[in-house]
Each structure stands twice: as structure tokens, then as C-alpha cells.
Design a protein around this ligand. Structure first.
Ligand code: TYD
Length: 222
């Protein structure tokens, strides 16, 4: 029997700890017997990952802003149609590192691109899909950038990591603004120590998915 799955997205500036959080959310659901898939944007299918390469790799020929925006949404349309929707139709929990809110924050607030164009492209790419929960991992920009630099070591910046602190301040502010507007968001204090971050995430999952939270650990759900 196929039934509606659960779609969870994670958002935040660079260095917020999204990958660790994705793993924590995945473990919470799988321990309760849910079938979980983790993905990321831009990317998530072979074609969308090819588009990711173009989006992240600095090249001699600059990527024009509208090209960046449309390529992000082309990758998203591919991901929604060929990975996210099929997983949800199969009753799975699909956890995604970034989704459309990143376009609102990075391309809209960061680059100053037209938000109504972003919403038009979102409608076309998402085909009615909306996250059941969006975890915003929030922390001061300076701290996020310091963590991202430590993680990167000597490897080169990608196209986004080359941006200024001011660019990331606009992105953080936009994420917080979106979180205040949409009840699907939960804001996590990502500057806290790792165990405290995990505890906040568990509390949100418990509150938003009480039926799943009540399942005994190791149960089989479905
Ligand atoms: P990634 O290496 O995954 O960054 P992070 O680890 O910080 O998530 O690269 C994704 C980059 O793409 C990141 O800098 C944010 C950017 N991005 C956008 O600008 N718009 C979008 O819609 C998405 C999904 C990502």
C-alpha cells in the first residue's frame, strides 16, 4: 500500500551543521521503523548533480544571475519529479539538505533577485509539494563562516563561499523572516553545543510527529 510520506528540509547559512542534523533526523525516524532517504540540493538525482557541478564550480565564464536561478530550479524540478515525489508516494521520510527556502534567501535576499520570479519558478518546479517541516539551523554569520573555513581547510572556496559577510547577513535575516511567516518552520539555535542542538531537534520532532514519537524504538512502521 502506498501512502503519503514525510518531507523534511533543513536550511541555514554555511557552517550551521546541516549535515550532522540531517543524520540526526534520519536516525530519529529510522529508529522508529520509518524508511528514510536523505538528499540534498542542488542535486539529488544524477542529472541534478550535474547541474550542481555547474552551480558550485568557479569558471572563467561567469554564471549570469538569471542562469544561476533557473539552473537551481531546473535541478529542483528534476529532483522533485524523479526522487522526492516517488519517495513520498512510497511512504518514505525524505530529508533534504536545503530546498526552495535557500533560493528565497540566497538568490532573493542575497543576490537581490525578484522574489515574485522565484515564487513563479517554485510553483513550476514543486508541483504542489511543500515541506511538512523545515528546520532552520540558525547561528551568527561570523561563527558559521569560521566553522566552514575550518572544515574546508586548504581547499578552494566554491562560488557561494566567495561571497561577503554582508551577503550572508542578508541570507540569515531572510531565513529568520521566512521562519516567522510560515508555521512549517522550527528555528534551532545552532550555535549551541552539538548535544544541545540534537536535543532541540528531537524536541521539535516529538512535538510535530507525536504518532511516530510514540512508536517503540525498533518498531516497524507501515
Ligand atoms: P553546499 O556545499 O551544499 O553548501 P552547504 O554545505 O553550506 O549547504 O553548497 C550549496 C550552496 O548552494 C550553498 O552555498 C547555498 C547555495 N544554494 C543557493 O544559493 N540556492 C539554492 O536554492 C540552493 C539549494 C543552494
Amino acid at each position: 500500500m502506498s501512502h503519503a510520506g514525510i518531507f523534511i528540509t533543513l536550511e541555514g547559512v554555511e557552517g550551521a551543521g546541516k549535515s550532522t542534523a540531517v543524520a540526526g533526523v534520519a536516525a530519529w525516524f529510522s529508529q522508529r521503523g520509518c524508511v528514510v532517504e536523505c538528499s540534498r540540493e542542488p542535486g539529488g538525482t544524477p542529472l541534478a548533480e550535474s547541474m550542481r557541478q555547474i552551480l558550485l564550480t568557479p569558471t572563467a565564464e561567469a554564471l549570469a544571475e538569471p542562469a544561476e536561478l533557473m539552473l537551481l530550479f531546473a535541478a529542483r524540478a528534476q529532483h522533485v519529479a524523479h526522487r522526492i515525489k516517488p519517495a513520498l508516494a512510497a511512504g518514505k521520510v525524505l530529508i533534504c539538505d536545503r530546498f526552495t527556502d535557500s533560493s528565497r534567501a540566497y538568490q532573493g535576499a542575497g543576490r537581490g533577485m525578484d522574489q515574485s520570479l522565484i515564487e513563479t519558478l517554485a510553483t513550476a518546479a514543486e508541483q504542489g509539494l511543500e515541506p511538512n517541516l523545515t528546520l532552520l539551523l540558525d547561528l551568527p554569520v561570523a561563527e558559521g563562516l569560521a566553522r566552514a573555513a575550518a572544515r574546508r581547510g586548504l581547499s578552494a572556496h566554491d562560488r557561494f563561499e566567495r561571497e561577503s559577510a554582508d551577503f550572508f547577513e542578508r541570507i540569515r535575516a531572510e531565513f529568520l523572516h521566512l521562519a516567522a511567516q510560515h508555521p512549517r518552520f522550527a528555528v534551532i539555535d545552532a550555535a549551541a553545543p552539538l548535544v544541545a542542538v540534537q536535543a532541540q531537534i528531537h524536541a521539535v520532532l516529538q512535538a510535530r510527529f507525536p504518532l511516530i514519537a510514540a512508536l517503540p524504538l525498533g518498531a516497524h512502521h507501515g
